[in-house]
Design a protein around this ligand. Sequence first.
Ligand code: SAM
Ligand code: SF4
Ligand code: SF4
Length: 358
Amino acid sequence: MCNGDDMQTELENRATAPEGDHVTDRLGRPMRDLRLSVIDRCNFRCTYCMPAEEVGPNFPWLGMSEWLSFEEMLRLVRQFARLGVEKIRLTGGEPLLRAHLPELVKGLRAIPGIKDLAMTTNGILLSLYAADLKEAGLDRVTVSLDALDETVFRTMNGGFDAPAKVLEGIEAAQAAGFKDIKINTVVRRDINMGELVPILTKFRGSDVVVRFIEYMDVGNVNHWESDQVVSSAELIDLISNQWEIEPVAKNYSGEVADRYRYADGSGEIGFVSSISQPFCRPCNRSRLSVDGKLFTCLFATEGTDLREPVRSGESDEELHDRIAAIWTQRTDQYSQLRWGGKKKKDGDKKIEMFYIGG
Ligand code: SAM
Ligand code: SF4
Ligand code: SF4
């Protein structure tokens, strides 16, 4: 299952028939959403994503020449858009570490068919770039924030920087004109359970929607264990002790996040139940790594290289057909088939979250 954000508004699986050369996979799912990873590096070492003890100074990062250039990304995205992609989410690693990101945003904005342009960031650099990104045409931002208490924040992210800087980034995004900002909070039972009510209290009464994400068994380096997962049902009980909340109808059939609202009208809360209530049926997401590999599932073990065809001079039509062929063969349903929250067998190599961005 996919992660937070995005995942929801997000699984815009409108039950529309494919138009033009729009593709569907073998389960009839369209390709509507592309998560575009612009860098594999990060200025955090979140315990659930790229823990410092696994991803240290000698980690074999991709070299910069292996990264797709913006021009190469735009060329590929044009083909994705022809095949039905309407929404792009910039991600990483930490996307704000990629130099000149607003230039990429401008280019993406100009691609016909792209209706929604979003970014997920850890927010540490957001105050520097929010205005430029807005001006370049970015529609929405999601900011990851796992704690307000500095010690807990650092325990979650491997010891880096301060939550105050993330809050500054959120304010800068609001000042730049971003609306409906979302907060992604991954919940780990042993670390940040005590932070959930404070985070909600901070954003209650604003248009910022906090979404709690069940800790997922994505990748291998986080050494995921099911006892660290807190189910959305448990969180809903916990929050209900504090405030009266009530479920809100899904925006559309198959929406992945469960929406709740405060009964007193103070806003909404989201719950992404990737582990306790997996749901792959409407999954319409494709993912492109910064080195140009196309993945059709967050839990894939391998992607298909699109960089080599781009660099060896394939025509747009050939690239288009290549991407179409990959999507039409897709059968992924990892979360749904995963057995009751157990981790994959040791030795099953899954792609890392920081490589394809969630
Ligand atoms: N660095 C950016 C950030 O953290 O927002 C973007 C990339 S990050 C991989 C995208 C999202 O994935 C973040 O909201 C992060 O909290 C979430 N994430 C990473 N590992 C996760 C895991 N094991 N389970 C659930 N969510 C996870
Ligand atoms: Fe997540 Fe893969 Fe299922 Fe999509 S198909 S919801 S990416 S597990
Ligand atoms: Fe970096 Fe985001 Fe992964 Fe945290 S979740 S280590 S901020 S890529």
